[in-house]
Design a protein around this ligand. Structure first.
Ligand code: ADA
Length: 559
């Protein structure tokens, strides 16, 4: 379960654990009577059923069920941190709500007339079906595991509750934050609202809520420590409203751009790190705390300060740990190589906007998140896609104006939307998909020169670059697919970008760990073992030959 937000007064109960389970297979959810399901098995929540041996590789509809004892009647809220990737929720056999898309935290509210046992059923569908769920498609390069993949918590909200608390840094000298609080109720209610920062009251006044109420205020925090990768100082803001409370954690830091630099608290950053998928062969997308921590320990050990969360919103628990360990994260909404056909489809765009809202609302208070991203490698070179880029980028800015926005392009020379972003990010595979190792410096120089000729005043990140290395494959020719080849490629890239040239302010190597790719045949022909083998570690997090090289290089470059 995530660490924050935290509640002391509000009644919450974790619904993580072993649920009843039945795999229904190729069944249409609309034709099903959920009261007739015969539960024969158990499944872990959080968990991905198709990462377990019994259901490995299976796609279809699955039913999850459990009974929950709810001690206080009134408004209840189920908070799902992610269900992959389509679901329908039922309370006591009554349909409550559908949700489309994995990796996005969402809630489902219902009223309970009297306390007692409640039957909770969740139908989960992991099929790759554009009509049902256009965010998970059969050509994308990662295995789309299915299940209730992140934690579930039940909140008993009572008559009035805190809907949202958002905190931004609004000044550094003196440190100042801007706080926005949204309250909600089931009728007109007046109650005391108290704000405490690190346990010290900074506001105490009665507030009346009727069909929602909100307020915002700026608070100076004289003498407070700033958050940075070297000193990840964290503070808590607790809001108490009547009988409800919510504590959020925040760090005081700004993230801005100035010409070619990305600035944290006004100082230039050099981002050094990896792309990272939240995937593991034994757990699918439902990584246990221990694996989240393992990943971060390895990244720290390599002197990385940067993680691109490819290609979907990261687990809130992971962001909690990044806040504590001082990592800088690019968090992006789900997307992968979309064309004009998708980007002009109102249903696809509606799903994108929902995923983007879920990402921003759940991650906005994390100081570790320094960049918002969208639409990995989509057709940013096609004029027919510009409206979608404009719409999604302005949507992000309307939700949060305190972080730079970017997207990773694979069309750097033809791109039409660089004007819309704060940071230009390029994915390129010289020495792998194009040309030989020796040509890498020239390719990188051409890219930088092109960006400079148009956008000399924007920071540039190489957001993907890498090579496949089948784990354990060491070969005297040291050619493609060998661990030695990957090591040589990393060496050339890192030396060239940071020792010979300093145009880029960030590098995210592709990719931290190997991961299973999608099962569609054409993709797998270029994916030995069915895996994307471009990891610096294998899928079980065992370092490859390039690991010590990255560690040595990054230790000298870290600033
Ligand atoms: C692209 C894509 C990645 C991955 C990579 C590869 O750049 O953004 O998700 O598929 O290619 O390994 O080919």
């Amino acid at each position: 379960m995530r660490i924050f937000p935290e509640h002391e007064l509000r009644k919450t109960q974790s619904l993580d654990g072993l649920w009843d389970f039945h795999f229904l297979g190729d069944v249409d959810a609309d034709t099903l009577d959920v009261n007739d399901i015969d539960y024969t098995e158990r499944m872990a929540v959080p968990g991905c059923f198709d990462a377990t041996p019994a259901y490995a590789g299976k796609r279809g509809l699955a039913a999850y069920h459990r009974a929950v004892y709810i001690a206080s009647a009134g408004r209840q809220r189920l908070a799902f941190d992610s269900v992959n990737h389509w679901c329908r929720i039922f309370i006591n056999g009554e349909q409550l709500q559908d949700h489309i898309g994995g990796f996005g935290p969402f809630t489902a509210d219902f009223e309970l007339e009297e306390d007692g046992w409640v039957d909770l059923t969740v139908l989960v569908d992991n099929r790759l079906n554009y009509q049902r769920c256009p965010l998970h498609l059969d050509y994308m390069d990662w295995y789309h595991y299915g299940g209730i993949s992140r934690s579930v918590v039940l909140h008993s909200l009572g008559k009035a509750w805190i809907e949202r608390v958002q905190i931004k840094t609004t000044g550094l000298e003196p440190p100042e934050i801007g706080v926005e609080v949204l309250l909600q109720s089931t009728g007109e209610i007046t109650a005391d609202c108290v704000l405490l920062i690190n346990d010290e009251a900074v506001m105490d006044q009665p507030i009346t809520v009727n069909d929602g109420a909100g307020f915002s205020l700026n608070i100076e925090l004289e003498g407070a420590h700033l958050w940075s990768p070297d000193h990840p100082h964290l503070n808590t803001l607790r809001v108490i409203f009547g009988e409800d409370d919510q504590a959020e954690r925040f760090g005081i830091r700004t993230i801005t751009t100035n010409g070619q630099e990305l600035l944290l608290n006004g100082k230039p950053l050099r981002l050094l790190g990896f792309n990272r998928h939240e995937i593991h062969p034994d757990f699918g997308h439902a990584l246990p705390d221990a694996i989240l921590l393992t990943d971060l320990q390895y990244l720290k050990d390599m002197h990385c300060n940067f993680i691109r969360g490819s290609h979907y919103p990261q687990d809130p628990r992971f962001l909690d740990l990044c806040d504590e360990m001082g990592f800088l994260v690019w968090n992006e909404s789900i997307g992968w190589q979309h064309t004009a056909e998708h980007l002009n489809d109102p249903f696809f765009m509606e799903c994108q906007v929902t995923n983007l809202h879920e990402m921003v609302h759940s991650a906005i208070n994390h100081p570790s998140v320094i960049l918002w991203g969208i639409l990995n490698e989509s057709r940013s070179d096609d004029p027919a896609c510009r409206a979608a880029y404009q719409a999604l980028i302005s949507e992000i800015r309307s939700l949060d104006d305190s972080r730079p926005v970017t997207y990773a392009t694979c069309y750097p020379f033809e791109d039409l939307n660089f004007d819309l972003v704060d940071v230009i990010s390029i994915n390129r595979y010289p020495g792998w998909y194009e040309g030989q190792l020796e040509e890498i410096p020239a390719v990188l120089d051409r890219l930088a020169a092109h960006v400079d000729s148009l956008w000399a005043d924007k920071p540039l990140i190489i957001s993907e670059i890498g090579a496949g290395a089948v784990p354990g494959w060491r070969d005297r020719n040291e050619d493609r697919w060998s661990e030695q080849y990957q090591r040589k490629l990393y060496e050339i890239v890192i030396d060239h970008l940071f020792e010979q040239r300093n145009r880029v302010c960030g590098l995210a190597l592709w990719v931290f760990a190997d991961f299973r790719s999608i099962e569609t045949t054409s993709r797998l022909l270029g994916r030995p073992r069915g895996y994307n083998n471009k990891g610096c570690l294998d899928e079980y997090r065992r370092p490859k030959n390039s690991y010590p090289l990255v560690k040595e290089k990054f230790s000298k470059l870290a600033r």
